[in-house]
Design a protein around this ligand. Sequence first.
Ligand code: ADP
Length: 499
Amino acid sequence: MNGNSEDHSFEVPEIKIKYTKLFINGHFVDSVSGKTFETRDPRTGEVIARIAEGDKEDVDLAVKAAREAFDHGKWPRMSGYERGRILMKYAELIEENVEELAALDSVDAGKLFGAGKLIDIPSASHLLRYYAGAADKVHGETLKMSRELQGYTLKEPVGVAGLIIPWNYPTTMFFFKAAPALAAGCTLVVKPAEQTPLSALFYARLAKQAGIPDGVLNVITGFGPTAGAAVASHMDIDKVSFTGSTEVGRLVMEAAAKSNLKSVSLELGGKSPLIIFDDANVDMAVNLARMAIFTNKGEVCVAGSRVYVQEGIYDEFVKKAAESAKNWVVGDPFNPRVQQGPQVDKKQFERVLKYIESGTREGATLLTGGKPCGDKGYYIEPTIFIDVKDDMSIAQDEIFGPVMSLMKFKTIEEAIQKANNTRFGLAAGIVTKDLNIANRVSRSIRAGSIWINCYFAFDADCPFGGYKMSGFGKDMGLDALDKYLHTKSVVTPLYDSPW
Ligand code: ADP
């Protein structure tokens, strides 16, 4: 580890796991089967808690509660203003528990405790407040019809929403989906990732404390092929919103099509390019590139995993990038000096190392990193490959780890062609001072988010979601609220009814 495995100068907060059961209809309950599964601390690989393992029967119970709360309960019927007030309270409660929640995501996912306290957990409150403010501004339209008719549209909640959450941002992804869905008046069955169930159960508890009625927010912990699949194929769920891998996204869509044709939105994998032009400040660009791939140990769907550098600054960039990767501190996520914690679990750790092996085997040059670090846990050195060809698997597949593929280009046209040479289209970064280049490249890249001279520039206000095989349907912004709303048209004759 980058010199910190012996560093005991930091404090690890005492971590109490308070909630380990399914949350159905306002109560924590055991799974019908009584089964549980282990959740492990990626810093050590040790078990930290046993969690109720939900399956189809449990999903059925949760959907029954959510259906009842939607069809007969207060939540979809109260005013948007009242829902908004409750969501504001929910946001406050999250802020009151920020340390405990950040610690749960650190021990469950290996995420930096400092980043959790400053970014992930506050982003949950921010999203709740943003959508709380939008809840009483859901308007339809009056229609100027082409016949003698009076028409208007009503926006109504879509019903019971199934939310399937990944493990890389257990808190943010929960609220990317739950915040707009709740504001819209939907009721929810949330399936957190099996690797990271802890904070979701805490959020269920806080939802009740905030005054969200029983049955509105249910959480079923468990595995994807069982509990997740039961959500995707349920006949009484009206919408499924999924974030995760492209392969599983395909299964979710297939299950939706084969069951009740519930509407689907998918936020899937990425292989995002970061394009750095000759006029860039090289130090700034190196820092940005390092942050774009090594943040959250590369377990980020928008990670800038393909870095294209123009030939004039390529050699200088390569030299500085290697140094900067070596200075990136890997270690215990509770240590405030650390910039990169462990990969989420053994499976991901091994998967990333396999990709690193494949990079070398396929002929790329390992510039730096490439090995596990530390004597326990799932830590991997920040890794950079050069001499990467477009068709190598490290240039095409989503690795979801701290592995950068660094490539050279000559012209703008070549950069655009290479950046688009992927089946994904989630995000892209551009570094240049030239406005014409920035504008031209932004328009030419087929991806949902373009960051010019910045990266990870997210905001509650800014819709986020993919093109191509990165999925469809936006999280955040008012687009996400709309995902959880139906549009109903209401029409009456203007004069005595001719009907
Ligand atoms: P990753 O490959 O990054 O681990 P996944 O796409 O497998 O991510 O998982 C994202 C979420 O999808 C998790 O909550 C997981 O349990 C769930 N999931 C996995 N398989 C299925 C499935 N067949 N149907 C529905 N959900 C699933």
